[in-house]
Design a protein around this ligand. Structure first.
Ligand code: ZN
Ligand code: ZN
Ligand code: ZN
Length: 97
């Protein structure tokens, strides 16, 4: 299963005080399970750095990654899309750079 972790630079970011809640996580499938269960589609996928929950992004209709943060308090996500490697904290409303 693909593994995801914060980079050393992201972990050292001054933009966020929640990196203790981030761990190495992994995911089995590139799918938003909650959308798939409803027959819905999504735009991009985000992974929760506390528990590995995969959910759809804020540009998606259902915003399941954000809903997971609201439900659990887990603060940090990373993209699992191809392209730039970034991490985001919902609480600080900031990228970890
Ligand atoms: Zn934070
Ligand atoms: Zn979704
Ligand atoms: Zn989580």
């Amino acid at each position: 299963m693909p593994k995801v972790d914060l980079t050393a630079k992201q972990r050292a970011s001054r933009n966020c005080t929640h990196t203790d809640a981030a761990f190495e996580v992994s995911y089995a499938k590139r799918v938003c399970e909650e959308c798939a269960a409803n027959g819905d589609t999504w735009v991009q996928l985000r992974i929760c750095m506390t528990c590995g929950h995969v959910g759809c992004c804020d540009s998606s209709r259902n915003r399941h990654a954000r809903a997971h943060h609201v439900a659990t308090g887990h603060p940090l996500i990373k993209t699992i899309e191809a392209g730039p490697d970034w991490a985001w904290c919902y609480i600080d409303d900031a990228y970890l750079d």
